[in-house]
Write a protein that binds this ligand. Structure first.
Ligand SMILES: C[S@@+](CC[C@H](N)C(=O)[O-])C[C@H]1O[C@@H](n2cnc3c(N)ncnc32)[C@H](O)[C@@H]1O
Length: 261
């Protein structure tokens, strides 16, 4: 398997607890998926993880197949009753052309530097629709805390970033057929919990922060947030749906450009 920087095995035990949507949001996502994706064929969840979306999709009646490179994440998905799971790489999907009517990936392509290759595989195995669930945080205190950590890292010359492109940013290069607003959530989280997630490097974009830089950033968080007990988290969740044909067209252009380089 190529291009897996670091395995999600390390966070599988804590993934659901630390990546949970606000109460009621997952049901709204599943309902939006049910309304907006054709469900008379199989759906492939690429980077299915713990089955955060696959389990509710299956509960809605979708015939879900999930692939992932992390056996521990797949183990968690299996524990939710998902049984069509494969250890496989998004850049080399082990399925014949057009095997799935729909495919989805949620918070996956930002982890893969050769994300156009993933799109090429999506286009190859998907006949009709490709979708993702985007989460945008705008101007909330949890986002400010993240910025504080990142700015402290930048002071020591380390840029916190992901190697790939987020699915939600794909809308700038492949026009979706629809973007459906699913939920606006607002929650209060404990500052101690938010900081602990940074300390224990729960988030994949900080796995590669050198130890001394991480320590510096953690000192900054402790100092900045000392007087505070709670933080507000505001999220806007939307379902983005692309035509598989547009994904194929983009992938063909990207492949051609790559060969001409
Ligand atoms: C942030 S998690 C998202 C999981 C799930 N889609 C969700 O929304 O909860 C990213 C997942 O992508 C998987 N992943 C990363 N690189 C991959 C690759 N090249 N092929 C397949 N899965 C990959 C990770 O193992 C992890 O389970």
């Amino acid at each position: 398997m190529r291009d897996v920087r670091a395995s999600f095995d390390r966070v599988a035990d804590r993934y659901d607890e630390t990546r949970a949507y606000a109460a009621g949001v997952i049901e709204r996502i599943a309902a939006a998926v049910e309304i907006n994706l054709p469900m008379n064929g199989r759906v492939l969840d690429i980077g299915v993880g713990t089955g955060r979306l696959a389990a509710p999709m299956r509960a809605c009646g979708f015939d879900v197949v999930g692939i992932d490179v992390s056996s521990m994440m797949l183990g968690k998905a299996r524990g939710k009753g998902l049984d069509q799971l494969l250890l496989a790489d998004a850049m080399a999907l082990p399925f014949p052309d057009g095997s799935f009517q729909c495919s989805v990936s949620v918070h996956v392509t930002h982890l893969i530097s050769d994300w156009p290759k993933v799109l090429s595989e999506v286009g190859r195995v998907t006949s009709e629709r490709y979708a993702s669930v985007a989460t945008e945080r705008e101007g909330c205190e949890v986002e400010e805390l993240q910025r504080t950590y990142e700015e402290a890292c930048a002071e020591l010359g380390h840029e916190v970033k992901h190697p790939g492109l987020r699915e939600r940013d794909l809308v700038r290069i492949i026009k979706p057929v629809k973007v459906v607003d699913v939920a606006d959530s607002r929650e209060t989280v404990l500052k101690a919990d938010a900081i602990e997630r940074y300390r224990t490097r729960i988030y994949s974009n900080i796995w590669e922060v050198p130890e001394h830089v991480h320590d510096h950033a953690m000192d900054r968080l402790e100092e900045t947030y000392r007087p505070i007990t709670t933080l507000e988290r505001k999220e806007r969740i939307s379902l983005i749906v692309w035509d598989a044909e547009s994904v194929r067209e983009y992938a063909a252009r990207a492949d051609l450009a790559g060969r001409e380089d």
